[in-house]
Design a protein around this ligand. Structure first.
Ligand code: F6R
Length: 616
């Protein structure tokens, strides 16, 4: 959702900013723009509705000289005002000397806009963001650049990450962050960058500082300095080294990031286990002091908080944690959590599950749980993200950068992380015998290899996809630990193919959804034989067949009984029930991918969706 890049250094700014924006395309956007400080220090704004290609053409037509070496770029995901050229960022003040790009929402913008209009300011867009440019213009009448920006930001309510430029100080970019939305400062050699997300920086530097709430970065080619927006006092920031490489954020020969990320899953899972899981002893090591604190042996309740695919991972996590720890686990949709006065306190471990670590609903829930006294941990894929900075305990999934909007490798590594957590806690709290810990650890360590074998089935999934791509609705059914996989399978399909799909527990069918079944309704039944409710799932499959539903059955290899009932069969290797979600979701990802491809969809950037949802 909205992307920001800023550059101050010796290189031509326009191509560098456009490349940076291209790396952020995955976040989802509907217009894009640049503000460049031209040789004679005039601000040049180029912005276009639609994809970055439109902006590239406009930049080319504008013949931007290579001597321009500072500027800012933005991809906008519309919230206030339609995705038009005019509403695209950057936005300028009346004088045309200040430009800003903004992610988030200025909640008090109507009030501020009215005040500014009363003073004679003319607004050119319908956005909330434009008020900031005019606020800065007002403050510049009394204060120098840095102080003018600081005082303007202090008037804004809401969540934001922003970067502002001023033609009076063409080599000093100012970035700031509050509430949600990330802003990362990249420390280059003789150049300094700003970005909303790490992939935009990787080609230039891997040394970064993450802005925290109410912090401002004053960025020049020689480096950044930091201060607190509210007090104006200097802040010293840690410099971290990013482990991801620039190549990891490239397609690497695949037609889509989503396919690349599906295929990377065996590696991602293996990396997530490496140095943590010991199959010989059944022990698990988690990094960080929190996991060895006395609280880990004492807490009485777990609350899992997440959105979307991460929420479905949490539903699987609940099964594992409750089964092996015998501790009550609540799974909460993070966006609902703070609005219902939830019950949790000092004896609660709240775990936020988030690929990006920047999902605002999840972060707000994290803060609510913290305010209520819970101790906070996170299962997260992005080290340095807000979730990892705000949680005490951090369990990093080592999926590497996930660029495709539809989450795949993040999900399977989240499931892997839940297993690590379960075995770790069960070992600490002695709720599983060592023999059982060893058995599970051994089985887990085999999963990456089994998954790699499973991915060789792509051709047969492509065939099923071609047969079913013309249907308008799909149902996915699963029971027990496979029910969240039915939800995830349906979500993948709807996100990228725009086919209506719903997931249900098999047992729910007779309570309503079965009314939908006829010969035009494909039903994907997740029916591994290892399931404790396998027989019941077979009954559900019969019920679908009896009503002429088209049955796609996901079964264990060699299960002729279940396969015989189906119109199409997807096979997964036999593993114990609790482990099989990590495998069963994989062909469902591929199926969704192949259907979306057949339908010619924009797989990596599906309509209306953003990779990281940074507004509520
Ligand atoms: C679905 C998807 C989303 C995210 C959700 C949470 O494919 O990617 O549903 O899972 O927006 O995002 P994170 O995990 O970054 O908090």
């Amino acid at each position: 959702m909205c992307g920001i890049v800023g550059y101050a250094g010796p290189k031509p700014a326009a191509p560098l900013l456009l490349n940076g924006l291209a790396k952020l395309e995955y976040r989802g956007y509907d217009s894009a723009g640049l503000a460049l400080l031209t040789g004679n220090h005039h601000l040049n704004i180029i912005k276009k509705a639609g994809k970055i290609g439109n902006l590239i053409a406009a930049v080319k037509a504008a013949k931007v000289p290579a001597s321009i070496t500072s500027g800012i770029g933005h991809t906008r995901w519309a919230t206030h005002g339609q995705p038009t050229d005019q509403n695209a960022h950057p936005h300028m003040d009346c004088s045309g000397r200040v430009a800003v790009v903004h992610n988030g929402i200025v909640e008090n913008y109507q009030h501020l806009k009215k005040q500014l209009q009363d003073k004679g300011h003319q607004f050119r867009s319908q956005t909330d963001s434009e008020v900031l440019a005019h606020l800065i213009e007002e403050q510049l009448k009394k204060h120098p650049w840095k102080e003018a920006v600081r005082r303007s930001l202090a008037q804004i309510q809401g969540t934001y990450s922003v970067v502002a430029v001023y033609e009076g100080e063409p080599h000093t970019l100012i970035g700031a962050r509050s509430g949600g939305g990330a802003l990362v400062v990249g420390w280059g050699k003789g150049e300094t960058l700003l970005a909303s997300d790490v992939p935009a920086l990787l080609a230039h530097t891997r040394r970064v500082s993450y802005l925290d709430d109410n912090e401002m970065a004053v960025v020049t080619p020689t480096g950044p300095s930091f201060l607190n927006v509210l007090t104006g006092k200097p802040v010293v920031k840690k410099v971290s080294e990013i482990e991801w490489t620039a190549e990891q954020a490239e397609k690497g020969g695949y037609p889509h990031f989503m396919l690349k990320e599906i295929m990377e899953q065996p590696r991602a899972l293996e990396d997530t286990f490496t140095s943590r899981l010991d199959p010989r002893t059944g022990s698990v090591v988690l990094e960080g002091k929190f996991w060895d604190s006395p609280f880990i042996g004492k807490f009485k309740k777990i609350t899992l908080l997440a959105m979307g695919t991460s929420y479905y991972a949490a539903l699987v996590g609940k099964f594992l944690l409750e089964k092996y720890l015998r501790i009550p686990v609540d799974v909460e949709n993070a966006s609902e959590f703070r609005y219902r006065n939830p019950i949790l306190g000092k004896d609660t471990l709240a775990i936020v599950i988030t690929q990006s670590g920047e999902t605002v609903d999840t972060l707000v829930a994290l803060r609510e749980a913290k305010a209520k006294g819970a101790r906070i941990a996170t299962i997260c894929n992005v080290m340095g993200s807000s979730a990892t900075r705000e949680a005490e305990g951090v369990l990093i999934t080592r999926a590497g950068p996930e660029i495709g909007v539809a989450s795949t490798k993040a999900f399977t590594t989240q499931l892997g992380a839940f297993w690590l957590l379960t075995l770790f806690l069960a070992g600490k709290r002695k709720t599983m015998p060592v023999s059982e810990l060893k058995k599970k650890a051994k089985e887990l360590s085999r999963l990456p290899q089994l998954m790699a074998g499973l991915l060789k089935q792509r051709k047969s999934l492509e065939k099923i996809a071609h047969e079913y791509a013309h249907y308008f609705n799909f149902l996915y059914i699963g029971r027990g630990i496979h029910y969240p996989i039915a939800l995830e399978g349906a979500l993948k399909l709807k996100e990228i193919s725009y086919i209506h799909a719903e997931g249900y527990p098999g047992g729910e069918m007779k309570h309503g959804p079965i009314a939908l079944i006829d010969s035009k309704m494909p039903v994907v039944a997740i029916a591994p034989k290892s399931s404790a409710v396998y027989e019941k799932m077979l009954n559900n499959m019969e019920e679908v067949k009896a009503r002429q539903g088209r049955l796609i059955a996901l079964v264990e290899k060699g299960d002729k009984l279940a396969a015989a009932k189906a119109d199409a069969v997807i096979e997964i290797p036999s593993v114990s029930e609790d482990l099989s979600p990590i495998l069963s979701v994989v062909p469902l990802q591929v199926l969704a991918y192949e259907i979306a491809k057949k339908k010619g969809r924009e797989i990596d950037q599906p309509r209306n969706l953003a990779k990281s949802v940074t507004v509520e």
